[in-house]
Ligand binder design. Structure first.
Ligand code: F6R
Length: 369
């Protein structure tokens, strides 16, 4: 039930903080992960030499975030693959490969077939899924449920943040299993994770009205670009996908470093560009590089909306508009930056008079290949 909300999507975006909190609930105790569902795979966690994440669409972008976390905290190489591309070549798999499928519905046929293929090739399979008892979890060696609650709107929002949260839990678990994370070294990461819901709540409360105004002004826009780097890159892709599917506007996400390798030629006066800006506080931060990307595109007439940390003064002079997110660790910023982009897609669709819950040509779960 919509319970007074104008759309399921708006309701579900408002539930993003809760989706993270519910996915974490009971799973972090005294600096360690407590995830009984992962027990069937625990004996192999120390041995696996590679992780392959399989997913489509928004779930694929959550998978990209998982790659950053697993590589950083567990030092296992991760490939993230589109399920529908995976089995139509000759992927290299072994019993030391952990295949992690990510699917809200657990019914996506492309992902199901890819998991079956991986299983038959001897890989270990873990399903990250939101719908209890769905087909993909039943085909997997272990299941890590996200607890986002039912997602009704066709466009995925709260499931995305829950999927990323589950992948971060998995990354912590793998880091522990390999002796790389101790309760002491995991503590700051766990603090970051557990403080996300409150921070995200404030992002949604503080930015939604402004984003809705920006969306109204942009209702005639023909094309919107999204830039990000590192963990901001999947967020750029996610922002672009939402705009395509909801508002039927051409949109593209780029890794900001790729700009000068081609896409900057697209920039002409008036081009709307969202930029996910990394915090300047982190060591080795890509902040200066992204700020200089903003300057480059603005010099060519782009209208830039930056999503940047509170207190980041450098973006104020370079961007046209700044949406603020609270301070967070480098791995956690994307889960705060994504909500304004979800709101933007939704509001732009609403401004065009479109049905935000049921975009044309799409179904909530894609059960054909
Ligand atoms: C985008 C969207 C889709 C799904 C994709 C995978 O907003 O909802 O891209 O993320 O079809 O669906 P699941 O997660 O059910 O496998």
């Amino acid at each position: 039930e919509k319970g007074g909300w104008p759309s399921f999507m708006k309701k579900e975006i408002s539930e993003e903080p809760e989706a993270i909190a519910n996915t974490l609930r009971g799973r972090l105790v005294d600096g360690r992960t407590v995830i009984p569902e992962l027990e069937p795979l625990e004996p192999v966690f120390a041995d696996i030499d590679r992780v392959v994440v399989l997913a489509c669409g928004t779930a694929y972008y959550a998978g990209m975030l998982g790659k950053y976390a697993i590589e950083a905290w567990a030092r296992i190489p991760v490939d993230v693959e589109l399920s529908h591309e995976f089995r139509y070549r000759e992927p290299v798999l072994s019993e030391r490969t952990l295949v992690v499928s990510v699917s809200q519905s657990g019914e996506t046929m492309d992902t199901l077939m890819a998991v079956k293929y991986a299983s038959a090739a001897g890989a270990r399979t873990l399903s990250i899924c939101n719908v209890q008892g769905a087909t993909i979890p039943r085909e997997s060696d272990a299941i890590l449920y996200t607890h986002a609650g039912p997602e009704v709107a066709v466009a995925s929002t709260k499931a995305f943040v829950a999927q990323a949260t589950a992948l971060y839990l998995l990354a912590l678990k793998l880091g522990e299993s390999r002796g790389l994370l101790t309760p002491e070294s995991a503590e700051p990461l766990i603090d970051e994770l557990t403080s996300l819901p409150e921070k995200l709540q404030s992002v949604i409360a503080d930015s939604s009205e402004r984003i809705a105004e920006l969306a109204k002004w942009s209702a005639d826009t023909q094309s919107v670009l999204f830039l990000g780097r590192n963990v901001g890159y999947p967020i750029a892709l996610e922002g672009a996908l939402k705009l395509k599917e909801l508002a039927y506007i051409h949109a593209e996400g780029f890794a900001a470093g790729e700009l000068k390798h081609g896409p900057i030629a697209l920039i002409e006066p008036g081009q709307l560009v969202f930029v996910v800006v990394p915090s300047p506080r982190h060591t080795g931060s890509l902040h200066p590089k992204v700020v200089s990307n903003i300057q480059e595109i603005r010099a060519r007439g782009a209208r830039v909306i930056a999503i940047a940390e509170l207190g980041d003064a450098a973006v104020v002079s370079s961007a046209d508009e700044v949406i603020r997110i609270p301070l967070a660790g480098p791995m956690f910023e994307p889960l705060l930056a994504v909500a304004p982009l979800h709101v933007f897609g939704m509001e732009l669709a609403a401004a065009k008079g479109l049905d935000v819950d049921q975009p044309r040509n799409l179904a909530k779960s894609v059960t054909v290949e």
